[in-house]
Design a protein. Structure first.
Length: 292
């Protein structure tokens, strides 16, 4: 099941990692990049490796490593792979060629650690640089371990020299809506999960709610979080409602009674095979969450 909520946790804070492990986020992203000061990187690697080995949480455990340009990527991967993370979050990639290079690193480390080949999944932050935004279409034919794409406004804003990525009302400006849409479309073309970026104002519950409604409407199936207080809202937003489940069952039933037709109707409204596919996804998600 695709995680709904992805919570960033500083890699050098044992207290925050322990607190996050007790929370309800579907996935934790143990961070070795932006939230860790350079002088704390060694300590962060050790803490993250220990957290992975302890496996105290039911959540998926991912690690955000430093990007290629930092010169720290391979050292980060070598430090955390003995703990068999569920996946690696790759920031500031310039395109799919760098993803392929990271894929080869991970394959070698999986062999070293005796892990199943391709078992370590990858989430790419796909729009943090101008070059990355121009090449996001390359992810349509990804390596087998690519699980999801997400996007980021903050680093892209700095790279562009933008004064702010949002309008006064809190909505993104056109340039950043373009980056968000490019990520969503590339993920759909690759057949992988699309994760919406962070909402940085963690005290603004109303603003987070509006952004979640937009994300779910547009086709995202999860969202990054920077604070535990955002998790319950994110989980709720990407959980099928009772009404959605009931309608999905009706769609599936309508096609089950006429399995050879491509089009049928419910309440006088035409539905076709794409509606059936969506309904099946809704029911699969609801079933998984019910078991969870």
């Amino acid at each position: 099941m695709n995680p709904r909520s992805w919570l960033f946790v500083p890699g050098d804070s044992e207290r925050k990692q322990a607190k996050a492990a007790e929370g309800v986020a579907d996935a934790l992203i143990l961070d070795l990049e932006d939230s860790v000061a350079p002088q704390r990187r060694g300590a962060a690697r050790a803490l993250v490796a220990a957290h992975l080995r302890a496996r105290r949480a039911a959540q998926q455990l991912w690690v955000r490593v430093n990007g290629f340009q930092s010169g720290l990527l391979l050292e980060d991967l070598a430090a955390v792979m003995p703990g068999a993370p569920h996946g690696i979050v790759l920031p500031k990639l310039s395109g799919a060629q760098e993803l392929l290079e990271a894929h080869h690193y991970l394959s070698a480390l999986e062999r070293r650690e005796g892990l199943p080949l391709h078992s370590t999944r990858v989430l790419v932050i796909a729009t943090e640089t101008p070059r990355a935004l121009l090449t996001v279409h390359e992810y349509a034919a990804p390596p087998p371990r690519l699980a999801a794409l997400t996007w980021g406004a903050e680093d892209l804003s700095v790279a562009l020299g933008a004064r702010a990525p949002r309008e006064p009302d809190g909505t993104f400006t056109f340039t950043f809506r373009l980056a968000r849409s490019a990520c969503l479309i590339a993920a759909a073309a690759a057949g992988i999960q699309a994760i919406d970026g962070v909402y940085a104002d963690f005290a603004d519950a109303a603003g987070l709610g509006r952004e979640l409604a937009d994300a779910r409407r547009d086709g995202f199936t999860g969202k990054l979080a920077i604070h535990p207080g955002q998790i319950e809202a994110i989980n709720a937003a990407f959980t099928p409602t009772e009404a959605e489940v009931a309608y999905a069952r009706r769609v599936v039933a309508a096609f089950a009674t006429s399995p050879d037709v491509g089009v049928t109707s419910i309440d006088g409204r035409m539905i076709d095979r794409p509606h059936l596919l969506h309904a099946q996804r809704v029911l699969a998600a609801a079933e998984h969450l019910g078991r969870k």
